[in-house]
Design a protein around this ligand. Structure first.
Ligand code: SAM
Length: 233
């Protein structure tokens, strides 16, 4: 269970209404029941239910069962698509392990806002399902030109470009060293202006995800898989 509260031996962790409903209403847990907790920074803890109510309750931390496992310092940047497929991308990125998820508005992106809280909830749920100890940050929607203008100098950008075609790029030689980000475009691809801007950026290099054009949600999973295969991380 993910909680936004410090975890440590003997620490009491209050539960909100939703958490109490889930633990006591849905999972039928009672006082004394063991629950595994994480908060994204203190690792995983075994706790016990110390108070159970309809509108809340509390847990008491007993012992640390796993250290914090940080994902690679990789950002996934993607243009939001339809709601369910955007949720899918966030969920899969959290499962596969990225440090930060950045929804980006490109010229051909239809969405002009996102529900950051909802996407964050998907990331939390994915981490809970996978026994993770870390939840990636979900950034607010940012325009691509703005993101590129303020790009951190040390981070390199792998720009997934379906026009390269051919076999998938070698992520291994491209991904050594620096912190990285992977950029996936929207359903309509990148505009000529954006292509130009990305091709001329010192920090960016284009990569192919294989000979076929993938849907953006498939492309996100394929890019993270190639990354993981190359770095084992
Ligand atoms: N431009 C195409 C179009 O409108 O028909 C398709 C865009 S594709 C659905 C969405 C994004 O997925 C692309 O912008 C790219 O970032 C990524 N992508 C899909 N297939 C790819 C491939 N084979 N290699 C690299 N990137 C790919």
């Amino acid at each position: 269970l993910y909680v936004e509260h410090p975890l440590g031996e003997g620490q009491t962790v209050p539960l909100n209404r939703d958490q109490a409903h889930y633990l006591f209403g849905v999972m039928r847990q009672a006082v004394g029941a063991p629950v595994l907790l994480f908060n994204g920074c203190d690792g995983e803890w075994r706790a016990e239910v110390s108070e159970a109510g309809k509108r809340g309750g509390a847990l008491r931390c007993v012992e640390r069962t796993a250290d914090l496992r940080l994902p690679p310092d990789l950002w996934l940047i993607f243009a939001p698509i339809k709601k369910a497929r955007t949720d899918f991308i966030v969920e899969k990125a959290a499962e596969m392990g990225v440090a930060r998820i950045v929804p980006v508005q490109t010229e051909y992106t239809n969405a002009d806002r996102i529900r950051q809280d909802r996407l964050r909830a998907h990331a939390v749920e994915a981490a809970e399902q996978c026994g993770g100890t870390f939840v990636p940050e979900v950034a607010d929607l940012i325009r691509l030109d703005r993101l590129l203008a303020d790009w951190p100098p040390e981070r390199r950008l792998l720009f997934c470009d379906e026009s390269l075609a051919g076999p998938s790029s070698d992520f291994e030689t491209r991904s050594k060293g620096e912190p990285w980000a992977v950029l996936i475009g929207p359903e309509g691809g990148f505009s000529p202006n954006e292509r130009e801007r990305l091709s001329s950026a010192q920090f960016a290099q284009s990569v192919s995800l294989g000979p076929r054009i993938l849907r953006a949600d498939t492309a996100a999973v394929a890019a993270l898989t190639l990354w993981q295969q190359a770095l084992g991380d």
